[in-house]
Design a protein around this ligand. Sequence first.
Ligand code: CP3
Length: 347
Amino acid sequence: MDTVQKPLLRALTGEAVWPPPFWLMRQAGRYLPEYRLLRAQAGDFISLCTTPELAAEVTLQPLRRYGMDGAILFSDILMLPWAMGQDLRYAEGEGPLLEPIRDAEGLARLDPSAMRARIAPILETVVRVREGLAQEAPKTALIGFAGSPFTVACYMVEGRGGGEFATARRLAYSDPALFGKLIRLLVDTTTDYLLAQAEAGAEALMLFDSWAGLLSPGQFRRWSIEPTAAIVRNIRKVLPDIPLIGFPRLAGPLLPEYAQRTGVNTVGMDTGMDPRWAAAHVGIEFGLQGNMDPQALVAGGGAMEAEARSILSAMRGRPFVFNLGHGIVPPTPPEHVEALARLLRMG
Ligand code: CP3
């Protein structure tokens, strides 16, 4: 199958494919019993992400059940700071914990030159997933990804998630020189990391800016839009045609400006975004992706179907990729994903 014909890649580059292609954020994960089994075998989450055989298998698991149009590399946005030497662990029930970076000394301890060697197993996963797709799901496209600089910086400075990243947001005001240095480092390393994924076989690239919506409009332009635009420019110099997706979660009315000024091909809509508003305000030259409430997928049944249909009707006639408004949550019954996949295939 010629990659140009993969429905996801067509939709991401401006074609109104119908029924729309779909994939789901966090489609590989704890709601699947086969994931929990491999996760237990790997021991910890970082080992799972850095063991290509297991990470590739986990990437392919949801496709075998539901035949999504997109496979997303199984990894995490925090593998980039980990690859630069920042201490990282995933504590059961607590999420990620990092050694916080809050001053010039902390920043100086990062070692970007270590990155290439430490991401090698992740790139090997990309190679294996492409081989797996060629065998098992020739119409499914592989999405590589990274966190956007601001969201990754949030975790690097705060040292943990679970709150509103007050320390990181305060640092961006109180010491913009230091925060800017961290962001610039992330622009450069994220560019390299994404280009390496594409070189290994990723067919589209996504930037997750999960916490962009915590910023004031001025800070959003400075720390979300500008660094993302810089990464897009860097990537386009090498790969002018690779489809790029940006997901500035909770951007609200700044979503159209984000699309215009970053130069991504497609923007992700979070759960709270009105798809009709997005369709009216984001230019038709951009794809839209999203945005069913992950809790509707937990609930299932008629309520879920009504949500999915209302999104479909708002997106009809424009380049669109069906997805959730944020990641699948662990209590999601796998049968509900099955029911959703069936509905989407009918369009
Ligand atoms: O299937 C996929 O979507 C691919 C893999 C993927 C993971 N994380 C796996 C993961 C992707 C694309 C991510 C992105 C990610 N990671 C984001 C951006 C998207 C978003 O959700 O906003 C963020 C903010 C992170 C950071 C992160 N990683 C957190 C906050 C957590 C803990 C919360 C949780 O769900 O446990 C993780 C851990 C994580 N990343 C898991 C998975 C499957 C759970 C780990 C486990 O199995 O124990």
